[in-house]
Design a protein around this ligand. Structure first.
Ligand code: PMP
Length: 452
């Protein structure tokens, strides 16, 4: 693709200095140099609607985040081996949002680190090693987090599964083995956990715990059927394991009706993992657990993170949570999410390639399918890139990368929602004229390509 000179130079430098397995989004990459609320601006000052990024939870370049970071950097920025009221203020604020048993906070620097620590906590408390986790999950880039991320270890060139990890089918009731016409599907999906626990026990690992993105995101923006998580948690606890909810993508009000995903399921985890949005761009990860689990972990060596829980991080983290409350952003996520899902459902009725629309609040997925219901991977890539041409940034997910992912900052407004809907409708209208890529191998049956 044609790229302006400055972008071409940055791209070339990047190719020279970055690893080849760091992907760019979009066929024609974007260069973004400014942000404001849910808008991004490229090097020519052209605006893009950010309908993808969950890190700028309260909006890009929020003035309160700028102000608090500037203020704290001008005072002191040090670690959790010293007392500071910002640390406890952040912990207290978090606790005010969480169910009572979740009382003890550990502050780290990323979602990966938080999941890594969650594994250690589960092992310390259970005395076992084995982990059960849904297929296609993602929990981070560190050695331990990769081991529980099928999305990575089962990718081409991945390290493959570890002996102490058992995968269970994702509770996807659109495409999985139990579908929405089956009223027993939540229980049936939960029952798939039984043989995985038995397998870990048979191998001598025992069960340390179960970890899942509460709503699997890279697995395809899945909302598990009601009752799934409580049934799984019962089984895991009965086997001596700990229940870990990775709320990195679903937490902090994004779902509108619920502050955390596990609330929607009516389940209370033993460990909650938070990341990305909690720092609004500043690197923060948090693990919150019960006093009993924290006490088991405290039998071992001291836990300390140099930057985790820094004075700056604690002030930024609490400010993000305060802004969500002060600006009514959870409520906005509910209203804008409802507007989006209504519009998407109308689009679903009008286009046969839209197989499913699902989500809650501002965590949404649009599954694109071929006439035979198979995954329309190429159409999805086409739509995502055409949306980018129209300067609307969305993503794609799923094992076959055929689910459009819409996950904007919580500041998005009705006009922006309408722009997404109108533009998406127009682009889906183009799919009838969709031309296959030159490399079409005539095996994907992507419908509308005219050749297979
Ligand atoms: N868990 C989930 C559900 C995530 O989506 C991510 C990041 N995409 C992580 C963990 C890892 O977080 P980080 O990249 O901050 O280490």
């Amino acid at each position: 693709a044609y790229l302006p000179t400055s972008r071409q130079e940055v791209l070339q430098d990047r190719l020279a200095h970055f690893g080849g397995n760091l992907r760019l989004t979009y066929d024609e990459p974007v260069m973004l140099v400014r942000g404001w609320r849910h808008h991004l601006f490229d090097e020519w000052g052209r605006p893009f609607l950010d309908a993808y990024n969950n890190v700028p939870h309260v909006g890009h370049a929020h003035p309160r985040i700028q102000a608090i970071a500037t203020d704290q950097l001008g005072r002191v920025n040090t670690n959790t081996r010293y007392l500071h009221p910002a640390q406890t203020a952040f912990a207290n604020k978090l606790q005010s949002k969480l169910p009572d048993p979740l009382q003890v906070c550990f502050f780290v620097n990323s979602g990966s680190e938080a999941n890594e620590l969650a594994l250690r906590l589960a092992r310390a408390h259970s005395g076992a090693k084995g982990i059960v986790t849904p297929d296609h999950g993602y929990h981070g880039n560190t050695t331990g987090a990769i081991d529980i991320s099928a999305y990575k270890f089962n990718a081409p060139g991945g390290t493959g599964p570890s002996d102490w990890v058992e995968l269970v089918e994702v509770a996807d009731d659109y495409r999985g083995r139990f579908r929405r016409d089956d009223p027993e599907r939540a229980r049936k999906f939960a029952n798939l956990v039984d043989p995985t626990i038995a397998a870990l026990q048979a191998k001598g690992h025992g069960l340390a715990g179960f970890i899942a993105e509460t709503f699997p995101s890279v697995g395809g923006q899945i909302i598990p059927p009601a009752g799934y998580l409580p049934a799984v948690y019962d089984k895991v606890r009965a086997a001596g394991g700990v229940c870990i909810a990775d709320e990195v993508q679903t937490g902090l009000g994004r779902l509108g009706e619920h502050y955390f995903g596990f609330e929607q399921q009516g389940a209370v985890p033993d460990i909650v993992v938070l990341g990305k949005p909690i720092g609004n761009g500043h690197p923060i990860g948090v693990v919150v657990t019960t006093r009993a689990i924290a006490d088991s972990f405290a039998q071992g060596p001291e836990f300390f993170s140099t930057f985790g829980g820094s004075t700056l991080s604690c002030r930024v983290g609490k400010e993000v949570l305060d802004i969500v409350d002060d600006e009514g952003l959870q409520d906005n996520a509910q209203r804008m999410g409802a507007r989006l899902i209504d519009g998407l459902r109308q689009i679903e009725r009008d286009f046969t390639c839209v197989g499913d629309v699902r989500g809650l609040g501002l965590f949404l997925g649009v599954e694109l399918v071929n006439p035979d219901r198979s995954e329309a991977t190429e159409i999805c890539a086409y739509v995502k890139n055409r949306m980018r041409d129209h300067r609307i940034l969305i993503g794609s997910e799923g094992p076959k990368d055929n689910i459009l992912k819409i996950r904007p900052p919580l500041t998005i407004e009705a006009e922006d929602v309408d722009m997404i809907l109108v533009t998406l409708r127009g682009i889906l209208g183009e799919v009838g004229d969709y031309a296959p890529p030159a490399t079409c191998d005539h095996t994907h049956h992507h419908g509308g390509c005219g050749c297979c």
